[in-house]
Ligand binder design. Structure first.
Ligand code: SF4
Length: 248
């Protein structure tokens, strides 16, 4: 287990370094693909909404398989709901765009996964706990890609407003350099090229379930707390109106 200080320093160094244009890097990589070829790419995906734009971007150039390894998600019913939304998206885009994307779903074990997150329970979203979580899921999927001989590995997570693309791509680069020498890491910044807005419109068009919290038990609890606070505020303003009315 890495100390919180080490992880914080890693994030600090990444954010303070000159920004890399990962969108440009993705275009440069695509330009290297010989005409008429579609390399095999394994794409880590966390849900349907986050996959919409990355799939339209990637499927034109790659033979894409999705790896849905997301044991971070608490509760299992939520994990199932996100997986089913992803399945629906794949079915719909096959009909609309003729993208034939396969889906691989490894075993789910949130209790085991949480053992690695628990030491950083108090970290804010985007901090040490998330760094551990990004690395863990990316490594699991990247290991699979390497073992199965994929040409590229990529994650959809760079589409998320809450997730820093510099952080995610540095993780990918480090994983590639450490022990993934056959499968190339595909740099991405799916936020660019109007990705967030296109993804939002696709999510609405396909009627995909849109989750209310990132995934882990900590964001689930934060969500419940926020919901409770909202209800208390609403009740308070309702009571205020009633007492004002009764004084009339
Ligand atoms: S907030 Fe999201 S990325 Fe961060 S630890 Fe929780 S599930 Fe993982």
């Amino acid at each position: 287990m890495e100390s919180s200080t080490t992880l914080r320093q890693w994030i600090f160094d990444t954010l303070k370094a000159p920004k890399v244009n990962y969108y440009q890097k993705s275009l440069e990589e695509i330009a290297k693909i010989p005409a008429g070829q579609k390399p095999r790419l394994l794409l880590h995906a966390c849900c349907g909404p986050c996959s919409c734009f990355p799939l339209t971007f990637l499927c034109e150039h790659f033979d894409v398989t999705i790896y849905y390894n997301n044991s971070n998600i608490y509760l299992e019913s939520e994990y199932d709901r996100r997986r089913d939304g992803l399945k629906k998206l794949l079915k719909d885009i096959k009909e609309d765009y003729a993208y034939d994307v396969r889906l691989i779903v490894p075993a789910y074990d949130n209790a085991l996964y949480n053992k690695d997150l628990a030491p950083y329970a108090d970290a804010r979203e985007g901090g040490e706990r998330c760094l551990v979580c990004y690395r863990k899921r990316m490594k699991e999927a990247y290991d699979f890609a390497e073992k199965e001989g994929y040409d590229y590995f990529c994650t959809v997570m760079t589409i998320s407003r809450q997730k820093n693309s510099q952080v995610l791509n540095r993780i990918g680069k480090e994983l590639e350099e450490q022990d993934h020498h056959k499968t190339k890491y595909f740099y991405s910044d799916f936020k660019k090229n109007n990705g967030i807005e296109i993804g939002r419109q696709m999510r609405i068009h396909y009627g995909l379930y849109n989750q209310l919290y990132c995934g882990c038990i900590y964001t689930y609890q934060d969500g419940l707390r926020r919901q409770k606070e909202h209800e208390i505020m609403e009740n308070a303003s309702e009571n205020e109106c009633l007492s004002t009315d009764s004084q009339k």
